[in-house]
Each structure stands twice: as structure tokens, then as C-alpha cells.
Design a protein around this ligand. Structure first.
Ligand code: ADP
Ligand code: MG
Length: 247
């Protein structure tokens, strides 16, 4: 529901890399059952923000509340354990291993105790089926097309049974047809009550998926708008900081 308590909230987050301030006083929240799009030009700070969400980067100041708890100093393992799954732009799969081996990795760390191999295999099949791509579990990742590698990344995130799924430009390497299936899956997860942070520049995806859109520019939080109030023209103006005559 739209008024439910947020799954996570960032307040006044600042983050510098040396002398360069990548995030300046950024506010963001995510509700269950919503797709919250992060929108902004290259270098706006989108990836830095999601790295903070999933514990890969520490922030310098501000507050991060996850499932109602303050989580300054969150580690990636802790974020995963609490139910945040992330698909980064850079792939994390091990190319020389099979799809199934990649999907098994780390599971003994993320759940109480080791899962039996047969049970794990069942879950892997179920997740691959759900994604609707014909990806053989025994195939080597290095032999897969990039689009299929991307789907294995997403399968890996889903296997963690997360409550928050973070996707950084997930359709960048997909054909329109493949992207359509990915979007359908995101909608299904949203309907199941997951909160989804979705980084994208693509207007068609934003129109289809977004419940709210947060615009970042030069590391600053510019606006958070419900999709109904965000025309393409306005989004471009907010993103670039420039006013255009007519769209
Ligand atoms: P986006 O994902 O919106 O393109 P990023 O969050 O990747 O933006 O980057 C925001 C800014 O921070 C960029 O100027 C980038 O060069 C800089 N930046 C990101 N990560 C690092 C890092 N690890 N070290 C130094 N600068 C970084
Ligand atoms: Mg990025």
C-alpha cells in the first residue's frame, strides 16, 4: 500500500570521495509494493546512493533507517541478511562456473544453516522458470549471452528472498523483448509487496513501472514526484537543471 511505513529511509546523506562530494544532503525512502525510480544524468550519484543502500559504501553523515532500525555502518553481508538484494551495473558472476554453481554461491552464508543441494537445485529451477528465460542451469556463465548473464544476476538476487530489490539500469544489455519480460517480472514482484529501487533513464520504463521518481543532479536531491505529476519534459528539466522551450 502507498501509505505503509517505509522499508527504508535516508535522511540528509552526504558522501565524499576525497575532496569530491558525490552526495549532498540526499533524502530518499522506499515503501513496500512500490517501484521508486532513481533518475539523473551520468555522475549524478545514483550508483553511489544504491551502494550506500546495500552497504557497499559507507556514508559520511546523515541517517539510514532500514526496516525501522538505524543502520549506520551497515556491511554488505548484513544488508543481504536483512533482505536487500542488489543487481549492480557491473556483473558479479564467476564466468568459469555454471549458472547453478553461481546461484548456489554464498547461500550457506545467507540463511540459517546449509541448504541441501537438492533443495537448492529446486529453488534455482523455480527462479529461472519464473524469469521465463530458457537458461540451462548447467551452462557455463561465460558461454551465455549478456542478456542471459543479466537474468542470472537477477535470479541470484531473487534467490536471497529479499524484501527490497535494487536494480541499476537492468535493461541496458537487453533487447526490447527481453526488457519487456524483465519489466513484467518487476511488476509481479512489486505486486507481491517488494520495494524496488530502479535506476533508469528510459522514459518508456519509467512510464510503465514508476510509482515515484527521485531526481538527482550533481549529487543533490532535486525532487521526488509521483509518476502522474512527472511529465517527460519536467523530468528532463529537473535532471539537467535547464529549461526547455517546448516538448
Ligand atoms: P551515476 O551512477 O549517477 O552515474 P555515480 O554515483 O557512479 O553516478 O558517481 C557520482 C560521482 O561520484 C561521479 O562523479 C563519480 O566519478 C564519482 N565517484 C563514484 N564512485 C567513486 C569512487 N569510488 N571514487 C571516486 N569517485 C567516485
Ligand atoms: Mg551509475
Amino acid at each position: 500500500g502507498k501509505t505503509a511505513r517505509p522499508l527504508l529511509q535516508l535522511h540528509g546523506i552526504c558522501k565524499s570521495f576525497g575532496a569530491f562530494q558525490a552526495l549532498k544532503d540526499v533524502t530518499f525512502d522506499l515503501r513496500p509494493g512500490e517501484v521508486h525510480v532513481l533518475f539523473g544524468e551520468n555522475g549524478a550519484g545514483k550508483s553511489t546512493l544504491i551502494q550506500i543502500l546495500c552497504g557497499v559504501q559507507k556514508f559520511d553523515s546523515g541517517r539510514y533507517e532500514l526496516f525501522g532500525q538505524d543502520v549506520a555502518g551497515l556491511s554488505p553481508a548484513e544488508a543481504r541478511r536483512r533482505g536487500i538484494s542488489v543487481v549492480f551495473q557491473e556483473f558479479s558472476l564467476i564466468p568459469e562456473m555454471t549458472v547453478e554453481e553461481n546461484l548456489f554461491l554464498g547461500h550457506e552464508l545467507t540463511r540459517n544453516g546449509r541448504l541441501a543441494k537438492s533443495e537448492m537445485r529446486k529453488r534455482v529451477r523455480a527462479v529461472l522458470d519464473r524469469l521465463g528465460f530458457d537458461i540451462p542451469p548447467a551452462a557455463r556463465v561465460s558461454g551465455l549471452r549478456r542478456a542471459h548473464q543479466q537474468m542470472v544476476e537477477i535470479a541470484k538476487a531473487l534467490l536471497l528472498e529479499c524484501r527490497v530489490l535494487v536494480l541499476d539500469e537492468p535493461t541496458a544489455s537487453l533487447t526490447d523483448h527481453e526488457a519487456g519480460r524483465l519489466l513484467a517480472m518487476v511488476e509481479q514482484l512489486r505486486d507481491e509487496g517488494l520495494g524496488i529501487v530502479y535506476v533508469s533513464h528510459r522514459m518508456a520504463e519509467i512510464d510503465r513501472l514508476a510509482d515515484r521518481i527521485t531526481v538527482l543532479r550533481d549529487g543533490r536531491h532535486i525532487a521526488t514526484l509521483p509518476r502522474e505529476r512527472a511529465s517527460h519534459g519536467e523530468l528532463i528539466e529537473l535532471m539537467t537543471g535547464r529549461t526547455f522551450e517546448k516538448f
